[in-house]
Design a protein around this ligand. Structure first.
Ligand code: N7A
Ligand code: ZN
Length: 250
């Protein structure tokens, strides 16, 4: 299936294995990497909306109330929004792969460097402007915290629909295990700027089939247009090129 917005960031995190194309590379343990510190204020949550590519939960980022610090980051970064990428079926959907394995979906929590830049839009253009936490979703047990989001999806079925979302703590979507991989990369959709410090959590969260199906009931299309189900909203494979992936764990 080829859609212009099919985005997937090729990101092999192989164990000792490597492939004949020599494209894969091991991640390198970096003992200097610190634990990532996450402190979100649930009342900074504003609304949940369908932007025609994914569904996003946006936050009030006018002050340092929901921030991350530590890990590979020099500064603290403010939470602006989170969104997901998923497939039409459980065989694919994530934008990163581990040992060449796709997960059915991937969560991105998007933060920006408000210490160095006055606005998100400016941070998007800078190498140290953004920090995105990636969390893999794996098919398994029902996820209580995610259900709050799933219950809101029917109200934002169509593109450009939005509902108020007063209180939500996204840390319930981040696994306890502190292990992560990190590398310097880009946004996976236009403007595709190389402004992202990627922080990919090693441990996935578990969600059940009904919850993944609820994502797939959303539409790319506006009310009144011919319906197109919102699925496979991930980026096509990209080579790792000469980028080094560091791991916070051995
Ligand atoms: N999938 S991803 O890499 O996490 C990602 C996050 C934000 C965006 N874009 C965004 O938040 N706003 C676009 C506006 C940028 C120019 O002002 C695109 C991709
Ligand atoms: Zn994303």
């Amino acid at each position: 299936m080829t859609n212009s917005h099919l985005w997937n960031q090729y990101f092999p995190i192989p164990k000792p294995a490597y492939n004949s194309r020599g494209q894969w590379r091991d991640s390198v343990y970096d003992p200097v990497l610190k634990p990532l510190k996450i402190s979100y204020d649930p009342t900074t949550c504003l609304h949940i909306w369908n932007n025609g590519y994914s569904f996003l939960v946006e936050f009030d980022d006018s002050a340092d109330r929901s921030i991350i610090v530590g890990g590979p980051l020099e500064n603290q970064y403010r939470l602006k929004q989170f969104h997901f990428h998923w497939g039409a079926i459980n065989e694919w959907g994530s934008e990163h792969t581990v040992d060449c394995k796709f997960y059915p979906a991937e969560l991105h929590l998007v933060h920006w460097n408000a210490v160095a830049y006055p606005t998100f839009e400016e941070a998007v253009m800078e190498g140290d402007g953004l920090a995105v936490i990636g969390v893999f979703l794996k098919l398994g047990a029902h996820h209580e915290g995610l259900q709050t989001l799933v219950d809101a999806l029917p109200a934002i079925k169509h593109k450009d629909t939005v509902i108020e979302f007063d209180v939500f703590d996204p840390s319930c979507l981040i696994p306890q295990c502190p292990d992560y991989w990190t590398y310097a990369g880009s946004l996976t959709t236009p403007p595709l700027t190389e402004s992202v410090t990627w922080i990919i959590k090693k441990q996935p969260i578990e969600v059940d089939e009904n919850q993944l199906e609820a994502f797939r009931m959303l539409l790319f299309t506006s009310d009144g247009e011919e319906e197109k189900r919102m699925v496979d909203n991930f980026r096509p494979l990209q080579p790792l090129m000469n980028r080094t992936v560091r791991s916070s764990f051995q």
